[in-house]
Ligand binder design. Structure first.
Ligand code: SUG
Length: 458
């Protein structure tokens, strides 16, 4: 196994995927509020993306959807009676709360947790810290189910530690891997990796803050995540997003930067202290560090936000070169496409191919290819058998392959609606259908009970 092997865990799109405009500071979510969604097309686009990335030689896995509507959350807000009554009453008196309880936002698995592999952790186990997603009410519903699902997908406690989300105190906003990049020299696996954490606000020293949109990640949360991951803090770099970038729609760092091995592609205006950050990373990553900057003259932050050039997946293919997997919005935008081509043609970096994929249903809620996947570096767990089987300790039902793709497609075709309006969210039939579909899925995949309707306490 090469030192840079990793599995990509894509979040399966949920059956209630819809456009309720819930995410403040996320331009696409705001601009598409009220639009009719197509959950079936969204889920199938996700399967096609997994197939395309798997075809590049990447180990592809997936996370099952969460249960929605989140009936337990409506009950926590005082709605009582049968499930039908709860839905009807919430729809009549708290339609916004109902929409929050119906979001399929768990599909953006880059926000599920932050991961460090065994070789980077003091106890030589792979650590996953579930993100609390506390800054957006519709996303703060996710962590408890995320913890349950990750615990089922990574059941081997000798190899994997799944941490609960950080407490919901004011200064602890955490949005997971979308604000974290692991950089390393692929040619020298003995050299320790560098962990790059990007936060929106230092709660203890909130001087430079965005004026329009919320800063979701705090420095305090990033520091606690690094501690839980059992990282050597000398190997960590923490830096602040530029408040002006947040105010233009950069709600996560992965909207303006993507890294892979020792390559870091980023927008020049992503961070407050650009030069110091690059120097700090270069000092740790070493000679192999390959920063690729895009200036605002080439592409403005607003253009980066509307095209999601940086929300691409940067993957190493078996021949050692890299492919940038971009959303098709980049291909259709002259300046963004020109930047992608310039990067591809530049012999100084390892990126030799651009692949465009259609994930439009997700993009309309502000989720590009990189948001849809959680990267899990395949660890060299010392002394354990995973040296021979890198997927050891991962639930086999969640490993993606040709057969699984066909199975998931048939499941989506069978259950998913091809049209959903905000009005449809109160339909008790949708709730029942979703539960039946999730029950069928867990059985097909051989997963244990992971859903509240299956008897688990959320
Ligand atoms: O948190 N959108 C998500 C998009 C997350 C993208 N993830 C990364 N950048 N890694 C968010 O803003 C919109 C849902 C709605 O409006 O219904 C939403 O939650």
């Amino acid at each position: 196994m090469s030192a840079d092997a990793e599995a990509n865990f894509d979040g399966l799109v949920g059956m209630t995927h819809n456009y309720a405009g819930l995410a403040a500071g996320n331009m696409a979510s705001q601009n598409n509020a009220g639009r009719i969604s197509n959950p079936k097309a969204a889920a199938l686009q996700g399967i096609a993306k997994m197939e395309a990335v798997a075809a590049l030689g990447v180990t592809q896995c997936f996370l099952p959807p969460q249960e929605r509507p989140a009936l337990w959350m409506l009950r926590q807000h005082g709605f009582t009676g049968t499930d039908e009554r709860v839905l009807a009453d919430a729809h009549a008196s708290k339609p916004h709360l109902l929409a929050q309880c119906c979001s399929s936002s768990f599909m953006w698995s880059a926000n599920a947790c932050t991961v460090a592999p065994a070789q980077d952790a003091r106890d030589k186990r792979t650590h996953l810290v579930v993100a609390n997603l506390k800054s957006m009410p519709h996303r703060s519903i996710e962590p408890s189910s995320t913890h349950t699902i990750l615990s089922a997908v990574f059941p081997d406690r000798e190899r994997f530690v799944v941490h609960q989300a950080l407490s919901n105190t004011v200064d602890m906003g955490d949005e997971g891997a979308a604000n974290h990049t692991r950089l390393f020299n692929a040619k020298d696996p003995q050299q320790p990796a560098t962990h790059f954490f990007v936060y929106g606000i230092d709660s203890a020293n909130p001087q430079q803050t965005p004026k329009i949109h919320p800063a979701r990640q705090t420095l305090q949360a990033s520091q606690s995540v690094a501690n839980l991951l059992q990282l050597d803090l000398e190997r960590c770099v923490f830096t602040q997003q530029h408040p002006l970038a947040i105010d233009q729609g950069v709600f996560h760092n992965d909207v303006v930067a993507v890294g892979n091995a020792s390559t870091l592609l980023y927008h020049q205006d992503a961070w407050l202290n650009h030069d110091q950050v690059i120097d700090a990373l270069a000092a740790r990553v070493g000679n192999s560090f390959c920063p690729i900057a895009v200036s605002h003259d080439e592409l403005t932050i607003a253009e980066a936000v509307s095209t999601y050039l940086f929300n691409s997946q940067l993957v190493t293919t078996p021949n050692g070169s890299m492919t940038l997997v971009c959303p098709s919005e980049v291909e259709h935008h002259d300046r963004a496409r020109a930047v992608a081509q310039r990067i591809q043609n530049d012999q100084c970096n390892s990126i030799s191919r651009i692949l465009y994929l259609d994930v439009r249903e997700s993009m309309r809620n502000g989720g590009g290819p990189a948001c849809l996947r959680l990267r899990v570096p395949l660890a060299l767990h010392s002394g354990l058998a995973s040296r021979t089987n890198p997927l050891q300790g991962i639930h086999p039902g969640c490993v993606f392959n040709t057969q699984r793709a066909a199975q998931l497609r048939a499941w989506i075709e069978r259950w998913y609606p091809d049209k959903l309006t905000p009005e449809d969210l109160a339909d008790p039939q949708l709730l029942k259908r979703n539960r039946d579909a999730l029950d069928a899925l867990t059985q097909q995949l051989g997963l244990p009970a992971i859903y509240p309707f299956q008897g688990l306490v959320p």
